[in-house]
Design a protein around this ligand. Sequence first.
Ligand SMILES: [Cu+2]
Length: 140
Amino acid sequence: MRPFFSRIIKPWLALTAAAVLAGASQQACTKESSAKEPGAPTAQEVGRRENGVHVVDLAVTEKGFEPSPVPLKKGEPVKLVVTRKTDLTCATELVMDEYKIDTKLPLNTPVDITFTPNQSGTLKYGCAMGKMIAGTFVVD
Ligand SMILES: [Cu+2]
């Protein structure tokens, strides 16, 4: 029984564990990369249009900034309406260096942040501590 266990079962267990881990990390990657794919038919619109302004509601929850990533259009003015709904994380402000945004987010109070993305690509924003908690906009 013993040689059998070490020769067959142990390697099998190791393989199974590796497969599970690979599957888990692959899933996490797929989620991110599919959302970033340019022109993907599944890239869903977030928000609404009000007088030529793209209005996007963002929430700060225990999971971070939601939703993210959010697709934006280059040259179209954006109004973020950001509501921090948790006091359990350090995301008490929203910082986005490219547009000189550094806005405090009082608890349960919607805050408007406006900017116009003028360059395509991925924009990262996040908390004041080096964007440890972060979200992204994908400008197209
Ligand atoms: Cu932080």
